[in-house]
Each structure stands twice: as C-alpha cells, then as structure tokens.
Design a protein around this ligand. Sequence first.
Ligand code: FHF
Ligand code: ZN
Length: 184
Amino acid sequence: EINMETVIHDDDPRIRQHSADVNIPLSKEDAELLFKMHQYVAESQDEQIAEVKNLQPAVGIAAIQLGIPKKMIAVVVPIDEDHIFEFALANPKIISRSRELAALQTGEGCLSVPETKEGYVFRSNRIKVRGYDLLTDQEVTIKAEGYPAIVLQHEIDHLSGKLYYDHINQKNPYQIPDNAVVLE
Ligand code: FHF
Ligand code: ZN
C-alpha cells in the first residue's frame, strides 16, 4: 500500500539511486504498481479521501519514492474545471526541451522532502516526453508547457536521483535568469 509512511525521504540514500528501464509490455507486477501510483495521486487530491487516508495532496509520484528503482511515474495535474493532465508513464524520456526556462512563483515541494526549501526551481518551459502510458495502453509523445511541464520534469528528475532543491541557486534563491519566466 502507498501512504505517507511508505514514501521514503531524502535522508534515505535510495532517493539518490538511478531507476532502471522496465520491460514493455509491463509485467503484471509493474502494471499494478503504476496503477496504484496513479490512484494514489488522484486520491490525494480528493479532499475526503485525503482526510480519511491521511494523504498529502500531490500532483505526481515516482516509483523510487516508494524505494523501487524502476522508471515509472504518475502525474495528475488539474488544468481547469473539466480538464486534467494525467499520465501513468513507464520509461518516460524527455526528447526535446525549450531554451526558455520557467519556475513556479511558490517554489516546489516534494513528498520525499519533509523540510521545504525555498527558492525558484528553473526548468524548461516546454518539453516533449515519450513513454508508455498505462492509462491509454499506448506509446505516447506528450507536449507539455508551463505547470504540467514542470511537474513532469520534477518526476523524471526522481528517476536519476535528482531533487528539486538541487536546482535552487544557493547564493540567490530568487535570481531570475535572462531566458526565464516565473509562472502564476
Ligand atoms: C507534489 N504537492 O505533488 C507536491 C508536494 C512540482 O515527486 O504540488 O514529490 F495537490 C513527486 C494542485 C497544486 C494540487 C499543488 C511537482 C511537485 C510534486 C510530489 N500539491 C503539490 C496539488 C498540489 C510533489 N512529488 C508538496 C507533495
Ligand atoms: Zn518529488
């Protein structure tokens, strides 16, 4: 089961591990894990379920956050009233990225980082990601811009052991590069 107790933190060296590709078609075990990761993220955004199950609201999760070094991520990003950007991806890979950077005005947080680190986390504003999506059972190429692109990059970073605060400028956490925008 996935819950706040089964998510590992940044004091656990496994969070810095590199994750390995998974075989496609997914094994039953991998498909079940990826399905549960997606379910966890979706449920964490349902106020009532989150309260009963004591879940911190999240927009994404990577398997390594459960201590499992496999290239699998789930993202559920509410866009507006009736649009959700959601994928349950195996072997996601960024195939292109914009030179323009973007960061969230409010910074980022992470299920695996109990103490919030403040500062801008600049990432590419637009990316293309290829991978196998369990929700549609298809190889997909995803074009993402702005917030959904930032969430995807946060998750894909976990697959190579990177954490959001690795990207924060230590000298000036709120410095904005020339080619960057701050979102929101
Ligand atoms: C979150 N929560 O989802 C954060 C953490 C930018 O690897 O962003 O560590 F639930 C995955 C709407 C707006 C609804 C914000 C990527 C952040 C990824 C999870 N919450 C939210 C929401 C949120 C991490 N993570 C603070 C839990
Ligand atoms: Zn995270």
